[in-house]
Design a protein around this ligand. Structure first.
Ligand SMILES: Nc1nc2c(ncn2[C@@H]2O[C@H](COP(=O)(O)OP(=O)(O)OP(=O)(O)O)[C@@H](O)[C@H]2O)c(=O)[nH]1
Length: 773
């Protein structure tokens, strides 16, 4: 019974109907009944009527405005296929964070880190959108180029500095090129510690930006850095803003073809380059073609290079294609492509004429083995040549640049200290270049020679000059200078590797502590100066020491220069000057003729010895010797022909060749002259210069060689110059004729010998030679 009753109740029960769909595809599926219901339901006619005339006018105006806004000139869409990537230019003043923002955006889109931002970087940012990021250079030409190609410009503004000129310049340039879309991005907001100040600054910057652009222009804020990167939330929000921007097509751009080059290669045949390094090159440039079509032979302008004609255009496969039109939402990881050939991203790096393949370090690392281990591992096998090379590279401590910096050029294969000494001395002697700053020179001379007053003055001037020059050079980056006094504290802001260095500098660029130390060192050194004078040649040219010495010498003489000047008298200075000049002569001989020139070495030694002796003795004794003997010793040692010796000659002793007498005196010494007269004149002059022993010695030897047996007799004759002058003319004539006959006879026998002899010997010697035969 019960069951029957129950079944009857269930039959009567009515199920509640499903709610009708208001949206979605099923909502569109309307049934017949629904449609009839809707038709019956008529809108309330009073609901949309005008209650007031003002309201009616306003609504009409709005409607017409909307209609007007929709209307635009129809544009011809010449593009076909996939649209090229949109160019996003990141622009801003230096150090604002352009590279960092691009890196963070790339990281967000592709999950890859870009080591360095170079050239355009293309990424797939959505199903139907690709973006090409370009960092705008900070020069006007770069800004113009970027303003021409930008579809979107991110104007980075350093909030801690406020607006800078670059932003306004770029805005202006963009206005002149059709004003693409742009967005302001504030960075360095984390530098504001006070929240109130931060808010005020944001407001101020926003309104300033609006004044410059238009009311309501977007100004994005990057709150700060975490682990040296912009926060993920900031970057994510920024990418959302970028993704919704609609890029209007600018008329000029759509009607002109243009390519943003993301890679180029020099494809000039190597033989042509080998033949002529400056030949016309063939360059292949790669990039997405925008605007309209480009064909062969079109004249193109390459920004910053010039106008050229295209020799060919080829369509290539897209290096960064859009994802396939799958129905899936968002991008798969595989589809998150990027293309950055110039940034060295990925495993390939395209250079001008080469492609580099990056291989991770751990694949190519050679273990640095000890020699013993290496031997044991080799097990008799000869080491591969390439492997040895790589290992030798591993062992190098310093790079070539560093080595070059430390090295110095030695022209001759002599001891390094000799060459350096010579160069230093040469520098010292050259009056015109006496202000040349030479650390080695200062070191050696300061430690060994003792500082003469003249030299001290030179060094002081030198140091001052160099520091002042350096300051002038750094003028552009000198930000705050408290006082111009020497002792005042100077703050200098330096930019190095993109970082600010605030240096505290005292006086002439030397720390006060250093200076204090230097005084002490300087005193010690002064004490040593007199004790070992010879140590200069033995000591090494340690560059570090040189620098220290340089500093303390300068400072020392800045502080106690007057005292030293009192101590050193003029005599001592002259002696030291002479000493250095003579040593210079000796060293030059060593340089030119090598060690084999024993005479020069001995002479230089003698000179040094003599000077050391001189220093120990009283001053007066050496004063005349400096003037007189200096030259003579140079002559004796055979170094009169060296260039620098001419500088120490006393020019007063030289004959004036403008005087007729003087040049008449040598007229007969030439081939065209009368040699017999010259011989006589020579003898006369020899007789006159008899009183000078050294000259006599030189010419005496010469005569001995030529005259042979007549040496003594001639000497006797020569000793009395009057004897020759008073000689009977007939006897002379007779002798001359005799000589001529002898010469003619000799000519017949040995013509070639005589000509050679004429070239080699003095006329008088020819006569005597003829006599002998
Ligand atoms: N505190 C702070 N530092 C930032 C911010 N943005 C960038 N930096 C730092 O500023 C420095 C310069 O950043 P870059 O990305 O090299 O700047 P840039 O504009 O590319 O520099 P240039 O290419 O030389 O013009 C880096 O050390 C960044 O870490 C920021 O919002 N806050």
């Amino acid at each position: 019974m019960n069951t029957a009753a129950n079944s009857g109740a269930m039959e009567q029960q009515q199920h509640k109907a499903h709610r009708t769909r208001q949206s979605g595809s099923s909502a569109k599926k309307t049934t017949e009944s629904d449609r009839s219901k809707r038709d019956k339901k008529k809108p309330n006619p009073k609901a949309f009527g005008f209650s007031s005339s003002v309201k009616a006018k306003r609504s009409q105006m709005r409607a017409s405005e909307k209609e007007q806004r929709r209307l635009h000139i129809p544009t011809i869409d010449r593009s076909y296929g996939e649209p090229p990537p949109y160019v996003v230019v990141v622009q801003g003043p230096p150090q604002v964070g352009k590279s960092l923002l691009i890196k963070c955006l790339i990281k967000h889109y592709t999950k890859h880190k870009v080591p360095e931002v170079r050239g355009p970087i293309t990424v797939v940012s959505g199903k139907k959108r690709r973006l090409q990021f370009v960092e705008c250079p900070n020069d006007i030409n770069g800004m113009i180029d970027c303003a021409k190609i930008a579809d979107l410009a991110l104007l980075l503004i350093d909030a801690s500095h406020g607006f800078e000129m670059e932003t306004f310049e770029f805005l202006n340039l963009m206005q002149n090129h059709g004003l693409p879309k742009f967005m302001g991005v504030l960075t360095h907001l984390d530098k504001f510690k006070d929240k109130k100040k931060l808010r005020k600054m944001k407001q101020h910057l926003k309104h300033r930006f609006w004044t410059e652009t238009y009311h309501g222009a977007k100004l994005f804020k990057l709150s700060g850095l975490i682990h040296g990167q912009y926060t993920k939330t900031d970057i994510c929000n920024l990418t959302k803003f970028i993704s919704v921007i609609k890029f209007p097509s600018l008329h000029w751009r759509t009607s002109h073809p243009y390519v943003v080059v993301d890679r180029f290669e020099d494809v000039t045949p190597p033989e042509r380059l080998h033949m002529n390094n400056k030949c016309e090159r063939n360059i292949t440039i790669y990039g997405y073609l925008r605007g309209c079509n480009l064909k062969k032979g079109t004249k193109v302008h390459i920004a910053g290079v010039g106008d050229y004609s295209l020799s060919g255009v080829t369509g290539l496969a897209d290096p960064c294609p859009l994802p396939s039109a799958a129905k899936k939402k968002g991008l798969r990881n595989k589809e998150k492509l990027f293309y950055a050939p110039m940034s060295g991203l990925g495993d390939l790096l395209y250079d001008k004429d080469a492609v580099y393949i990056n291989i991770n370090d751990h694949f190519v690392q050679f273990s640095n083995m000890d020699d013993e281990n290496g031997k044991s591992n080799c097990r008799g096998k000869a080491q591969d040549f390439g492997e040895t090379l790589v290992k030798s590279l591993q062992n190098t401590k310093y790079s070539i640049d560093e080595k070059l910096e430390k090295s110095f050029i030695s022209v001759f294969s002599q001891k390094p200290n000799i060459s350096s000494d010579a160069t230093n001395n040469a520098k010292y002697m050259d009056d015109d270049t006496k202000y040349t700053h030479d650390k080695q020179y200062q070191t050696e001379e300061a430690t060994a020679d003792g500082l003469s007053e003249k030299r001290v003055a030179v060094e002081m001037d030198d140091s001052k000059c160099s520091d002042e020059d350096a300051d002038i050079k750094r003028g552009e980056i000198l930000k705050s200078v408290s006082d111009s006094d020497e002792d005042s504290f100077v703050e200098r802001v330096e930019f190095n590797d993109g970082k600010h260095f605030r240096k505290a500098i005292f006086g002439y660029g030397v720390d006060s502590g250093d200076r204090k130390d230097s005084y002490e060192e300087g005193d010690d050194d002064d004490g040593d100066e007199g004790e070992d004078d010879d140590s200069d040649e033995g000591e090494d040219d340690d560059s570090d020491e040189g620098e220290d010495d340089n500093n303390y010498n300068v400072d020392n003489h800045l502080s106690s220069g007057t005292e030293e000047r009192e101590d050193n008298d003029d005599m001592e200075n002259e002696l030291k000057l002479t000493k250095s000049s003579l040593r210079r002569c000796a060293n030059l001989i060593q340089l030119v003729y090598g060690k084999s020139t024993s005479t020069s070495e001995t002479s230089s030694k003698e000179v040094q010895d003599s000077i050391e002796g001189e220093e120990s003795d009283e001053d007066e004794f050496f004063k005349p010797k400096v003037e007189g003997n200096k030259l003579r010793e140079g002559l004796d040692s055979g170094i009169v022909n060296t260039d620098d010796c001419s500088k120490i000659k006393s020019y007063g002793d030289l004959k004036s060749w403008k005087q007729e007498e003087v040049y008449e005196s040598i007229r007969d010494r030439f081939v065209t002259g009368d040699w017999s007269k010259a011989a006589q004149r020579n003898q006369v002059s020899k007789g006159k210069s008899e009183d000078d022993d050294s000259d006599d010695a030189v010419y005496g030897d010469y005569e001995d060689l030529e005259t042979g047996e007549k040496k003594e007799g001639q000497r006797k004759d020569n000793s009395g110059c009057e004897g020759i002058e008073n000689e009977d003319e007939s006897a002379v004539e007779e002798r001359r004729l005799k000589k001529l006959s002898l010469r003619a006879k000799f000519d017949v026998q040995y013509p070639f010998v005589l000509t050679n002899t004429i070239g080699m010997h003095h006329p008088s010697s020819v006569d005597s030679f003829a006599e002998r035969h």
